[in-house]
Design a protein around this ligand. Sequence first.
Ligand code: HEM
Ligand SMILES: *[C@@H]1O[C@H](CO)[C@@H](O)[C@H](O)[C@H]1NC(C)=O
Ligand SMILES: *[C@@H]1O[C@H](CO)[C@@H](O)[C@H](O)[C@H]1NC(C)=O
Ligand SMILES: *[C@@H]1O[C@H](CO)[C@@H](O)[C@H](O)[C@H]1NC(C)=O
Length: 544
Amino acid sequence: MLELSVLPSDLPALVSILTGATIIAIIALRGRAILADLRILISRVANIILLRYYPIKHVERATNLPFLPYIFPNGQGNVEKFLRGRANSAKWENEYGGLYRLWSGMNGEVVLTKPAHVEVVFRDSQNHTKAHANNSGYLMDRLLGSCLGLISGQPWGAMKSSVEAPFLHGSMSQYAADVQDFTAVYLDHLGKENDAFGEQGKLHPVRDLKLLPFLVVAKIVYGRLNEDLERDLIGLILPREDLFKSVIGGGITRFAFSRFLPLPAIQALHHFKRKWAQWNDRAHTHALKGPGQSTAPVVAMYRAVEDGNMTREQLLQTLDEILFANIDVTMGGLSWVLVFLAAHPDVQEALRSEVRGQSSNKATRNNYLLSSWTTTPTLLGACILEAARLRPLAAFSVPQSCPSPRILDGFEIPAGTNFVIDSYALNIRDAFWGADRERFRPERWLERQRSGRDLRYRYWRFGFGPRTCLGKYLAELIIRSVIVEILENWHLALETTAEQREKAGDNGHSKNSDEGRNWPWDDEVWIHSPDLLLKCEPLAARPA
Ligand code: HEM
Ligand SMILES: *[C@@H]1O[C@H](CO)[C@@H](O)[C@H](O)[C@H]1NC(C)=O
Ligand SMILES: *[C@@H]1O[C@H](CO)[C@@H](O)[C@H](O)[C@H]1NC(C)=O
Ligand SMILES: *[C@@H]1O[C@H](CO)[C@@H](O)[C@H](O)[C@H]1NC(C)=O
């Protein structure tokens, strides 16, 4: 047994020693098989220490909360949790039960799979402390560690009140007309391009539509951009995506000392941050000069920095979060709806007739797009909820801890321990959803509408409790506008290759399960999104 008293008493020091030892070993043993053994050894030692430093015990039986073994250096962080999260979610629940701990780097995270546990933990989510940089390490910290979504306490409260106004429910009606006009022009243009739908009749629901929500959000935040600004903003998307792949990949850039190393990812970080700051300053100046444009939210946000309500770094990172971090998230929420509608022609037809009934004039159409689900449930709203139920943006939610201990299944989870929600357990595997829970059936939402409170901690989409997504109303408005515009003009169908048909044939349960559908996923992106083509037939060309 290891003699723990010789070890340093704080974890950061321990991490430094372990990583220092590893770097020396890597230099000394480059390419030797011993390296693999060393990794196993470090992992084992770290495991013993982690459990000793951070015990979670049953209040009566003094047994340990089930846990996954820590593996140096990432634990289950990011690659296992996100890129392989969909498969791991079910596998881990099977092996470790409905409440267990995993490791994101060396940070423990307690996984919640039961609605009753979610309620106990999340009813005071405004008092939660978000894990430092999403437990994703140094590179993430420098990119997004100070954004609104990842800070807590007083700084979070101050920043939230300085940036939230343009995203409140009441602000949506001023965007409705603009969002629809922009969507119509964008889709019309896309329909005429050679490689998109129209001539070839095929739509890639992520690639082809990606710029749409991005530019809509940009216009809302910065006001109307000029051509230069718009081009430069679009030019930043690719470098930002590459950088984020390094963040998710983890490895050495998880550690702060990596800033001293000549790593491409570190250089890319500096380059991107410089460009992003410059671009924002230009956009801000443009907003100030433009006629009638100084009401653009970016102006008030810069003023809040001057007032000391938030730092410049916090603002720049929050604008990154609003623009870049959320492109993939919003595209996931939009693209899966289109895929499900293409796969379910009956639902698509029913929704199209609802849409036609609501489009007679501008006012009715606006009300339809802006209507609140709780007062005016629609099939449109239900289709979006159902797609997001079956395709949550990630398998595991943002890690965050409570200010006080929580007792779950008899285990006392100390204050400050991070929790993550297993979204597949909640949204799909829970028997609450009924025998057809793996199936895309939006009507279930209209049936359940009457018992809305029931659903409160059972469905993960925008977060739980008082602290949730800032962009939820805007995202909903954009997604609804795009779906309505598409359904009014095109008929959607699945475009399957011979290879995919063959694969789908192997997949025996695909007839009654949409969860297990063998649609290609884009595994490069950490947000779950589809990678396939949809056939778009112009409606006018179809025989009545
Ligand atoms: C369908 C699309 C979207 C989904 C599913 C989504 C989901 C989420 C989730 C799960 C959170 C974390 C909540 C928590 O603290 O536990 C979040 C936070 C956040 N989202 Fe979204 N989001 C979407 C679109 C957007 C858009 C378009 C924006 C741009 C305005 C946005 C801005 C934010 C911000 C700033 C936060 C941090 C809020 C805070 O912590 O106070 N989101 N979102
Ligand atoms: C939690 O937040 C609420 C409202 O923001 C506040 O009134 C309350 O004192 C907080 N509780 C704790 C334990 O921090
Ligand atoms: C900064 O915070 C103060 C106090 O909460 C508030 O009165 C002021 O309006 C804020 N400034 C901006 C630009 O949001
Ligand atoms: C942190 O991770 C969660 C998923 O666990 C994701 O929803 C969220 O957007 C991430 N935050 C940022 C700022 O990337």
